[in-house]
Design a protein around this ligand. Structure first.
Ligand SMILES: C[S@@+](CC[C@H](N)C(=O)[O-])C[C@H]1O[C@@H](n2cnc3c(N)ncnc32)[C@H](O)[C@@H]1O
Length: 243
C-alpha cells in the first residue's frame, strides 16, 4: 500500500470553481445508468438486511420491509461503510453497533478478499458507490431504510487539480451522498480535501450542521488509518449532521 505517503498536489487552495460546480449539481439529477453488477450487489445487501432483522432479533421476526423495527422506527436501520477497502472499518463499526447491520462497499475485489472474519451484522459487497448510493437513497425515500451513520473513510483524494471533479464533493453524486443518512463522517489525510468537503456541504446542504476538525485516532480502525498513523500524518474529519 502506498497510502502512507502524504498527499502531494499541484492545487494551491480550495478548487477555484468549487461553488459553481457544487451549485450546478445541487439543482440537477445524476442520471448515469446503474450498472447491472451493482443492482445485483445491492439486492444481496437488501437480502442481508432483511435476514438480519428477521433472524437476529427474534422480536422482529416476520416483519415486512414496510414494518417497524424494535426501536419503533418505520424503517430498518442500516449503517454504510463506503469505500471500505479491506473491510476493517466495517468490522469495527459492526462490533460497536451489534444491533444494526453494517454494509461495507468497495469496488475492489482484491481488497475485499483480504477481509477478516466478520461479526454477524457485517456484510461486505463489491459494488460501484455512485450506483449503490442511488439505490440506497431509493430505499431511504421509500421509508424502508434509515441510515443513522454513514462512514466515508479515506476516499481516493484525486489530488491533481485536473482530477478535482472526480472527488465525491465535486461530482454530480454529491447531493445523493448528502441525503443518505443522519450523520455522514468523512475521514482523510489531506486537509484540503476536508476543507473542500465541508465547504461543498455548506453550499449544498445549508440546513446541516457541519464540523471539521483534526483528529488522532487512539486505535486506527482502517488499514489506511493505521498506515497514516504510523507515518505520523495529521488526519482530518468532517461530520455532517442533519438537524
Ligand atoms: C484509499 S482506499 C481507503 C480504504 C479504506 N476506507 C481504508 O481506510 O482502509 C479507498 C477505497 O475506495 C474504493 N473506491 C474508490 N472509489 C470507489 C467507487 N466509486 N466505488 C466503490 N469503491 C470505490 C477503492 O477501491 C479503495 O478500496
Amino acid at each position: 500500500m502506498s497510502g502512507a505517503r502524504a498527499v502531494t498536489t499541484n492545487q494551491p487552495d480550495i478548487y477555484d470553481k468549487l461553488e459553481e460546480v457544487v451549485r450546478k449539481y445541487a439543482s440537477t439529477e445524476y442520471l448515469r445508468p446503474i450498472a447491472d453488477h451493482t443492482r445485483i450487489a445491492f439486492a444481496e445487501a437488501e437480502k442481508f438486511v432483511l435476514n438480519f432483522y428477521e433472524q437476529k432479533i427474534p422480536a422482529c421476526a416476520g416483519m415486512t420491509m414496510q414494518g417497524t423495527d424494535c426501536a419503533g422506527h418505520t424503517a430498518y436501520k442500516v449503517i454504510l461503510d463506503s469505500g471500505c477497502g479491506t473491510g476493517e472499518s466495517t468490522l469495527n463499526i459492526a462490533i460497536a453497533n451489534p444491533s444494526i447491520p453494517v454494509i461495507g462497499i468497495d469496488k475492489s475485489a482484491a481488497r475485499l478478499t483480504k477481509a477478516g472474519i466478520a461479526p454477524p451484522n457485517a456484510f461486505l459487497v463489491r459494488a460501484e458507490l455512485l450506483d449503490f448510493w442511488r439505490l440506497a437513497l431509493g430505499k431511504v425515500k421509500a421509508g424502508q431504510w434509515h441510515i443513522p451513520y454513514h462512514a466515508l473513510y479515506y476516499p481516493n483524494p484525486w489530488p491533481k487539480q485536473s482530477e478535482a471533479t472526480r472527488r465525491f464533493h465535486l461530482h454530480p453524486i454529491f447531493p445523493t451522498l448528502l441525503q443518505l443518512g443522519d450523520t455522514l463522517e468523512l475521514r482523510t489525510n489531506w486537509e484540503l480535501y476536508a476543507r473542500e468537503f465541508a465547504e461543498a456541504a455548506r453550499i449544498a446542504a445549508p440546513h446541516c450542521t457541519i464540523a471539521r476538525e483534526a483528529f488522532e485516532p487512539e486505535r486506527p480502525i482502517t488499514a489506511f488509518e493505521r498506515k497514516y498513523k504510523e507515518a505520523r500524518q495529521q488526519l482530518w474529519r468532517v461530520t455532517i449532521n442533519h438537524v
